[in-house]
Each structure stands twice: as C-alpha cells, then as structure tokens.
Design a protein around this ligand. Structure first.
Ligand code: G3P
Ligand code: CA
Length: 226
C-alpha cells in the first residue's frame, strides 16, 4: 500500500504548517506528515515554509530575523499561529510519522537535538521521523550528528542527483518531484534499497498513475484523495 503523507499538514483544507492543519491530516488518517522548519532569531525551530512571513501571515520580514514571541503575535488566515517544531511533535504524539524538511539554514543541529530528546526522554523511536532537504550540507550535518536519523534527499531536478546524494549520505529514501519518475529510475532506486516518497501530488489521475508503480509514499495537500 502506498502511504499517504499530508503536505504541510493538510494544506488543501487548512492553512499550511499550522497545528490545525496537522490535526486535519491526522483526522484524514495519514501515515505521515510533511513540514518545513527554520530557526528563528531567538533560536527556536519554527514550522514554516517561506523565508519571509509575508505570504502566509499578516506580518512582514524574514523568519530568521524575528523572535519566537514576535512570530507568535502574527496571524495566519486571521486566527492561526506559527507553531514550533516541538508543539507539532506534541500534537502528533506518534499517531503518524513526521517528515521534517530542513528548509532554513542551520536547521540540522537543532532538529537532531529535538529528535534525540523525543527518542531518549519521551519513548519515541527513530522510525517516527524522516529528515529531508534540498540542501546537501544540512543533510551532511544531520548524518554527521546522528547516523540513526533516517534521511531523504529531495530533488525537483533529477532522480539521478537524489540517488547520488542518497548513496553518499547512506539515506533511507529519495523524495523526488513526482514528474521526474520513470520506470527505469524507480527500478534503480528500488534496486539500491531506497524508499521512494514523491511530492506534491493532488490530482486524482496523477495519484492513480503513481499508485500503479512500486513507490512507497505520496505527499499530497489532499491526503484523503489517496
Ligand atoms: O518535501 C516535499 C515538498 O514539500 C518540497 O517542496 O516547496 O513544498 O517545500 P516544498
Ligand atoms: Ca516542504
């Protein structure tokens, strides 16, 4: 069975990367959720996609120049807040696995430390997490910090590059854009033992076509469409 993974929560239904969106994804019965992280000016990991708050909130400015208390005053769709990564972990509470995408700079170390805290102090396991990134250096830092953390290489350009990085990093999975898949590169990835999770697939015809392949997961804004 192809696993259903909620993109930024359930972005198609509730504003992205909010606790409410992650709760919606749980309500829709996802196997996993995907989210994006940055480090804000006061040092906490916050769950947010863009490098500036302008598109999604009623404020303006760069995420890494604003403190957590400043970010918490901002409103998303009039009423929702930017959550910290720890708040999302606590909400999910092992009801599904979590794909943390290292979006911002210098996110590897604090993400590793938070995952380690949940594994060593709260009874979670490393199987509760996948850490992915388009940034090879952040993945390298994660691998160097803790070899037990499962890595996925993101790519919107080529599956070959995702595979090359995955080999170098001893990754667990590749996360290519769904349009890059071919029978040949799926076969190659599977031969090498990688899981394949693709993004962001929202249309029924694409989902049906992909479900016929031997891929492992589909990241969707509408995870109930799987
Ligand atoms: O992790 C998959 C996907 O979310 C990567 O693209 O721009 O949605 O973060 P983006
Ligand atoms: Ca993402």
């Amino acid at each position: 069975m192809v696993q259903k993974i909620g993109h930024r929560g359930a972005k198609g239904y509730i504003p992205e990367n909010t606790l409410e969106s992650f709760q919606k994804a749980l309500d829709l019965g996802v196997d996993g959720i995907e989210l994006d992280v940055h480090v804000c000016a006061s040092g906490e990991l916050v769950v947010f996609h863009d490098f500036t708050v302008d598109r999604v909130t009623n404020g303006s400015g760069e995420v890494d120049k604003l403190t957590l208390s400043e970010l918490k005053t901002l409103k998303i769709a009039g009423e929702l807040q930017i959550p910290t990564l720890a708040e999302v972990f606590d909400l999910i509470n092992r009801k599904c696995w979590i794909n943390v995408e290292l979006k911002g700079h210098d996110t590897a170390q604090p993400t590793c430390e938070l995952i380690e805290k949940y594994v060593t102090k709260k009874g979670w396991t490393y199987e509760d997490f996948i850490v992915s990134s388009f940034q090879k250096d952040e993945l390298e830092k994660t691998r160097a910090h803790n070899p037990k953390i499962r890595l996925a290489t993101l790519s919107q350009a080529s599956v070959e590059q995702a595979l090359e990085w995955a080999d170098e990093l001893s990754a667990y999975a590749i996360h290519p854009h769904f349009s890059l898949l071919t029978d040949d590169n799926i076969h190659e990835a599977k031969k090498k033992g990688y899981k394949i999770n693709v993004w962001t697939v929202n249309h029924y015809e694409d989902i049906q076509r992909l479900e016929a392949h031997i891929i492992d997961g589909i990241i969707s804004d509408f995870p109930d469409r799987l």
